[in-house]
Design a protein around this ligand. Structure first.
Ligand SMILES: [Zn+2]
Length: 72
């Protein structure tokens, strides 16, 4: 039997990046909620989308679709 890995990854809801860092200003509140991140690519600050590492592409595709709709 295979040991199923459940690897979670956080994706930026704005640009789909997985390049994030912990926002510093949350430190003063005694520990940030784990999903609050600061995007290293677009600068988004807020709750990231937590997803399975295998589904990252799906999430990124959806974000791209939404973007195109917004821009029109
Ligand atoms: Zn981003």
């Amino acid at each position: 039997m295979k040991n199923k890995k459940q690897t979670k990854i956080l994706v930026c809801p704005r640009c789909g990046s997985t390049n994030w860092k912990v926002p510093m200003y949350f430190d003063q509140f005694g520990g940030p909620p784990t999903e609050i991140k600061n995007c290293g690519d677009c600068g988004f600050k807020g709750p990231f989308i937590e997803t399975d590492i295998e589904k990252v592409k799906e999430v990124q595709d959806k974000i791209k679709e939404n973007k195109e709709e917004e821009v029109g």
